[in-house]
Ligand binder design. Structure first.
Ligand SMILES: O=C(O)CCC(=O)C(=O)O
Length: 300
């Protein structure tokens, strides 16, 4: 598919890869050109207006509402690549693919996209590890997080606990009642404190890679105005099965394999199974923070 999302060139060094292995994250400045950012922002507004197709739980708006008024009502939309060719293209942005093949391996597949809008006043996400939500068989889960605005501590950038991925432990989770965060559960009982965390402050156009076992969170957007837009896609090695979503009756965990995937590099050893792309994108519930009311966890 012809795309404007093919202009940037990569610059991932051996030191970058070593930094990622040690710390569990890596920020790559200027991964997107300003033109790409502008295009993805415009696509974000079109998606939020329902112009690319149905999005479940999209809030009502009047045709006269400005883009800002529409965007203000949405925290995040999951699986935008299913209806937006532009977002589908962004799954395999060349800078991202080069970085992924360096940290995962030659064969890489994507199973999820999330488009965060996070206008001022919207909550963040409590401490968590993404592998709790998207289990891989080989700990290869990797987030690819494109900043469509400057991300700062004030407007709710990512916070990470460097090196926390290295233990390879999935820590327990519980319902949380903290008004700073949306409905998703929080991870707890890990041997770190908030003082061990650092903000990943990046400029518009940066790409942040982060490991599926890395403890991370984001705080609310406390800026006076504006958005903290981010496109974050999740990837894993194509060799690993993906035991995601509910098992079918009689299915073994060892062979469960969700095939709602998009290959972004190399070869798919399970290509004979075919792939699926079903279901609408869905708006993620922001809640009022501290849900604890039985609402479904909508992280993935
Ligand atoms: O960008 C954010 O606010 C949170 C992203 C996140 O936690 C994730 O993608 O797992």
């Amino acid at each position: 598919m012809a795309s404007v999302l093919k202009k940037s060139t990569a610059r991932i060094t051996e030191d970058d890869v070593a930094f990622y292995r040690e710390n569990g994250y890596l920020a790559i400045p200027d991964a997107l050109t300003q033109k790409e950012v502008k295009t993805l922002r415009a696509e974000t507004a079109a998606l939020c207006r329902g112009e690319r197709g149905a999005v479940s739980q999209l809030p009502d708006f009047s045709p006269g509402d400005t883009d800002g008024e529409v965007l203000n009502r949405i925290l995040c939309i999951h699986h935008v690549h299913r209806i937006s060719p532009m977002m589908y293209d962004a799954l395999s942005h060349p800078v991202l693919v080069e970085a992924l093949t360096r940290v995962i391996g030659p064969n890489v597949k994507c199973m999820q996209s999330m488009l965060f809008i996070k206008s001022n006043g919207k909550p963040g996400q409590a401490w968590h590890q993404d592998e709790i939500y998207i289990p891989t068989r080989d700990r290869s889960l990797t987030g690819g997080w494109f900043a469509l605005d400057d991300a700062t501590p004030e407007n709710g950038c990512l916070w990470v606990i460097p090196g926390s991925h290295k233990r390879g432990i999935l820590w327990p989770q519980r319902v949380q009642h903290d008004p700073r965060f949306d409905c998703a559960h929080e991870t707890f009982r890990f041997p770190y404190t908030d003082d061990d965390a650092i903000p990943v402050e990046v400029k518009t156009g940066a790409l942040v890679l982060f490991h599926g076992y890395l403890l991370h969170r984001s705080l609310p957007n406390r800026a006076k105005s504006g958005f903290r837009r981010v496109l974050v896609n999740h990837y894993m090695s194509a060799e690993s099965l993906l035991p995601w979503h509910n098992l079918k009756p009689g299915e073994r965990m060892a062979t469960a394999d969700c095939r709602e995937i998009v290959m972004v590099a190399g070869e798919d050893p399970y290509a004979y199974k075919g792939t699926q792309m079903s279901g609408q994108p869905q708006v993620r519930s922001a809640g009022d923070g501290g849900c604890g009311d039985g609402r479904q966890n909508v992280r993935s």
